[in-house]
Write a protein that binds this ligand. Structure first.
Ligand SMILES: Cc1cc2ncn([C@H]3O[C@H](COP(=O)(O)O)[C@@H](O)[C@H]3O)c2cc1C
Ligand SMILES: O=C(O)c1cccnc1
Length: 359
């Protein structure tokens, strides 16, 4: 298994000459210049990541749902019982969750990773049992995890990205499952963006005003206790994060090292991407923001990362659902760059060539 340091050292910036080639090709394709808007930027990013124009198509795609439990659940930050995390893992493995249905629609494969579910799970086919511990500790009482556990979570995510790449995946999609994980997400987002808990905390699965005020207070107390340093990402993760956040951060790093695009989901994945960005800023260059979730912290995270979401449908689910919905956009962008005819090849008159008199 690659260490965190080896993986970070393997991450390189996007290839500038492939980027220039992709931009030039977009301008020669049989369409008005710029008419594919953000999809042109997506295709250019994919070319830069692949170091080739056109890049390989980002298919097949593999979705990894990282499942874990949270000690902060004891503080009453969500109306859902903790056992729902384990129950949803079995639902994913049976193909009955929303992410399974959306993945079936777009031909993506779903893998479930037990990175820290509180219950002992049966070894069902399709489940990767890489449990760091049965849930984190309560961040309001002490660190959520030890430094060694934080590193183990990140290195496990790197391993999962490597395994999916080795099994033929050409696009990685990150998803999460963990009751109470929007609390840990908001705490991480507060650390890395510098915004207050009141600005980045949302209603998660759908909590009332009283529980939201309490959730903000819980996060504020945890941050006051640990004073996490954004310049020490593993320390911040250990203080207030979740095992799935660590694993998803590692998954992003592993994807970047393998030069595979990683499509990001909602607020949990967004918080994890902030950890990845703090560990290796270049790791975000090959990421695509699948969607923008309703959670205010997600908007803050995307702004901090400099990523524009591809879809904005008021989703607030997680599991990778928003990212999976965006996959056809990413794949269409790549296919357009590869397969759309150029003015020259199709014999279509280019107004820009007429104007400049070039042949
Ligand atoms: C049945 C069910 C399925 C889910 N799928 C994703 N989540 C989402 O909701 C949880 C986070 O919200 P909070 O912080 O408010 O607990 C995470 O598990 C997330 O993936 C679900 C939640 C539930 C209840
Ligand atoms: O943004 C998300 O992914 C999200 C929002 C609410 C609950 N679970 C996940």
């Amino acid at each position: 298994m690659s260490t965190l340091e080896e993986t970070i050292a393997a991450i390189r910036p996007l290839d500038e000459s492939a980027i220039a080639e992709a931009r030039a090709r977009q301008d020669r394709m049989t369409k008005p210049r710029g008419s594919l808007g953000v999809l042109e930027d997506v295709s250019v990013k994919l070319a830069g990541l692949a170091g080739a124009c056109p890049p390989e198509l980002p298919e097949p795609a593999a979705v990894a749902v990282f499942a874990s439990d949270h000690g902060v659940h004891a503080q009453g930050v969500t109306p859902w019982p903790q056992e729902v995390t384990a129950q949803m893992v079995y639902n994913f493995l049976a193909g009955g969750a929303v992410v399974n249905v959306f993945a079936a629609q777009v031909g993506a494969r779903v893998t479930v990773v037990d990175i820290g579910v509180a219950a002992d799970l049966e070894p069902v086919p399709g489940l990767l049992t890489y449990k760091v511990a049965p849930g984190t500790a309560d961040m309001t009482q002490g660190p959520a995890m030890t430094p060694a556990q934080a590193r183990q979570a990140v290195e496990t995510g790197i391993r999962v990205a490597g395994e999916l790449a080795a099994s033929g995946a050409r696009c990685l999609v990150a998803g999460d499952m963990g009751i109470a994980n929007t609390t840990a997400s908001a705490a991480l987002i507060s650390v890395f963006t510098g915004l207050g808990p009141d600005e980045v905390t949302g209603r998660g699965t759908g909590i009332d005003d009283a529980m939201l005020a309490h959730k903000v207070d819980v996060i504020g107390r945890a941050l006051a206790l640990h004073r996490p340093d954004p310049a020490d990402p593993l320390g911040a993760l250990a203080a207030v994060g979740g095992f799935e956040h660590g694993a998803i951060a590692g998954f992003i790093l592993g994807g970047a090292a393998a030069r595979l695009p990683v499509v990001l989901d909602g607020v949990i994945v967004g918080a994890s991407a902030l950890v990845a960005a703090a560990l290796a800023p270049e790791s975000i260059a090959g990421c695509l923001a699948g969607h923008r979730s309703v959670e205010p912290g997600h908007t803050a995270a995307l702004r901090h990362l400099g990523l524009r979401p591809l879809i904005d449908l008021d989703l607030r689910l997680g599991e990778g659902t928003g990212a999976v919905l965006a996959l056809p956009l990413v794949q269409s962008a790549a296919r357009a760059l590869r397969d759309v005819a150029t003015f020259d090849s199709a014999g279509v008159t280019d107004k820009d060539v007429l104007e400049t008199g070039q042949s």
